[in-house]
Design a protein. Structure first.
Lengths: 227, 339
């Protein structure tokens, strides 16, 4: 009888965990070109030019939930490399209890400066991910590469490696959104607008922490949509 | 608050005791506390061995020809004697003199311009530089996985045989952290085990008067960036620290190098332009130093008589640490490769 009760108790705990997991809100990142999902290695006509994106990768980190001014949850080891070649994108599950009250979500575009200067890290932060500068310490927060057929770039290629974590070339940005409990969240970036309106008119290559990199980091806009 | 501070402090004390107890890293009594954060990369003999194997292995380079030791030879204080500028694959010549490696746990930044912010990240630079190893950390990982030696060494070091960029860099950092030089005649004098000769004593006095503000004891560097008034090489046009900060007030500033083992780390300066110590002292005494960013310590030059120069050099030679130079556990790891 005692064992039986124990079994039931264990079962209840498992069910509870299960239920929690099912209710964990998720966060997705998606990318658009002309209001449709962006595909890498696909030529897009812009009228005067044909643009193909070959690489789109960036870091988002330090996910936190707040109730008013109060921090109620922060994701442990919260570093995510988002890869535009992955169609559905990695889904970030918020492992929180379904009774938790919160009203806004905060995360960092890029990798925080403490982590940047704290030595080598693994997982999504491993330097083999191709998002770490070798000649000067620091993560590339955002990488966008591709070709443009009629643009003025000498090699018809553009490369935007946006990074820098110290003043005056700090490209880290702390972003905050109102959210409601249980809401699944999708953030999207309009790559067409970013590239054709913001980045390409000013440069074809940004490869180091610089004034241009800082300006570029401010032109990357995340739009929030509820799923 | 106070309690947690005490708790943290005692934890740190306990940890440092563990390292010293294991004898893997020894903080010399006359040295300050290291700046490297050992809690994120706990020293372990197997990991140090792995780092040593990687340090001496040309597998890190694109052509399998250049290892870290190619430019950082243990017998010459881990630098490249006789070569003004670093060498790489396909006989490429770099733009700077390879620095001597020692006492790196006390170093705040790396490279002549401080481009690298943490010892862990340092080896990425030569691995990736086209005129050095011309490779990349992911291709290093790819190559190491195909060997018979390394998966086993990673297993011993990290508890499983997975090879990652993080683990490679941590292992190399562990090996170079063990390169501690603190047993020169100077150190023995400081510990009361021996005494300077009269000439060395005179030289030490001159050193303290003229050199110590930048080449600060006991590390013989203050870790800062200074412009020491060298005429700019028109071919290399190296902006130094300003390349990183993009701040004109940092133009032509380079990291103050340690003077330890300087007898063996020639040629001198960031571009290796001086072959002899006497050339260096002549430069500082020439009175021709002028630049808007010149170090405040050099505005009046360092004028020494020829006799004083000889005395000063006699002191500088007391910074040679033979135990460090000929330490077998730093040398080519034949015993590891032949396992």
């Amino acid at each position: 009888m005692r064992y039986c009760l124990f079994f039931v108790a264990v079962m209840m705990v498992f069910r509870n965990v299960d239920a929690q997991n099912q209710r964990s809100p998720s966060i997705r990142f998606s990318h658009f070109w002309n209001n449709e999902q962006l595909f890498l290695d696909r030529p897009y006509s812009t009228g005067s030019d044909t643009i193909t994106i070959s690489k789109l990768k960036y870091y988002v980190s330090n996910f936190q939930l707040f109730k008013g001014q109060k921090l109620v949850w922060s994701e442990p080891n919260s570093y995510h490399l988002i890869d535009g070649s992955n169609k559905s994108g990695p889904e970030i599950k918020l492992n929180i209890s379904d009774t938790m009250k919160y009203d806004h979500l905060v995360f960092i575009f890029g990798v925080d400066s403490l982590t940047q200067s704290g030595g080598v890290k693994g997982g999504d932060l491993d330097p083999t991910r191709g998002m770490y500068w070798s000649w000067q310490s620091g993560y590339i927060h955002f990488k966008l590469e591709g070709t443009c057929t009629t643009c003025h770039a000498t090699d018809k290629e553009f490369q935007f490696h946006i990074g820098g974590y110290t003043y005056p070339f700090n490209t880290i940005r702390r972003l905050s959104w109102p959210v409601s409990p249980g809401e699944n969240i999708e953030f999207s970036i309009d790559i067409e607008e970013l590239l054709t309106k913001k980045l390409l008119p000013s440069a074809f290559h940004i490869m180091s922490p610089s004034v241009k990199a800082v300006a570029a980091s401010h032109s990357i806009h995340f739009l929030k949509t509820e799923k | 608050m106070k309690k947690s501070f005490l708790l943290a402090a005692s934890a740190i004390l306990l940890l440092s005791f563990v390292w010293i107890q294991e004898g893997l890293f020894h903080k010399p009594a006359n040295f300050p506390d290291p700046v490297y954060n050992f809690t994120e990369n706990r020293l372990k003999q197997e990991t140090i061995d792995l780092g040593r194997a990687l340090f001496y292995d040309p597998i890190l380079s694109n052509t399998n020809t250049i290892s870290c030791a190619s430019c950082h030879s243990s017998y010459t204080a881990f630098t490249h004697v006789d070569h003004a500028l670093s060498h790489g694959i396909f006989d490429s010549i770099g733009t700077r003199n390879s620095p001597a490696l020692m006492n790196l746990a006390w170093q705040k930044s790396f490279m002549w311009d401080g481009a690298i912010n943490n010892l862990d990240m340092q080896s990425l630079a030569p691995i990736s530089h086209p005129a050095e190893m011309g490779s990349s950390i992911d291709s290093v990982v790819f190559r190491l996985k195909k060997t018979t030696l390394y998966p086993h060494m990673f297993y011993q070091a990290f508890g499983d045989s997975e090879i990652t960029g993080e683990r490679c860099l941590k292992a190399i950092a562990q090996f170079v952290l063990t390169l501690v030089s603190a047993n020169s005649t100077y150190d023995k004098v400081k510990r009361g085990e021996t005494a300077f000769t009269e000439q060395e004593e005179k030289g030490y006095y001159l050193f303290q008067q003229h050199c110590n503000s930048c080449h600060t004891e006991p590390l013989f560097t203050n870790g800062e960036f200074e412009n020491n008034g060298l005429p700019v090489d028109s071919r290399l046009r190296d902006p130094g620290r300003a390349k990183i900060t993009q701040n004109p007030s940092d133009s032509f500033k380079f990291k103050v190098p340690t003077l330890r083992n300087i007898e063996f780390s020639y040629p001198y300066m960031h571009d290796g332009r001086f072959k002899r110590l006497s050339d260096v002292l002549k430069h500082y005494g020439s009175g021709k130093l002028s630049s808007p960013t010149l170090s405040v310590h050099l505005i009046n030059g360092i004028s020494l008589s020829s006799e004083q120069r000889v005395d000063l050099i006699a002191f500088l030679l007391t910074l040679t640490d033979k135990d460090f130079l000929f330490e077998t556990k730093y040398a080519y790891p034949n015993e590891i490769y032949s396992r």
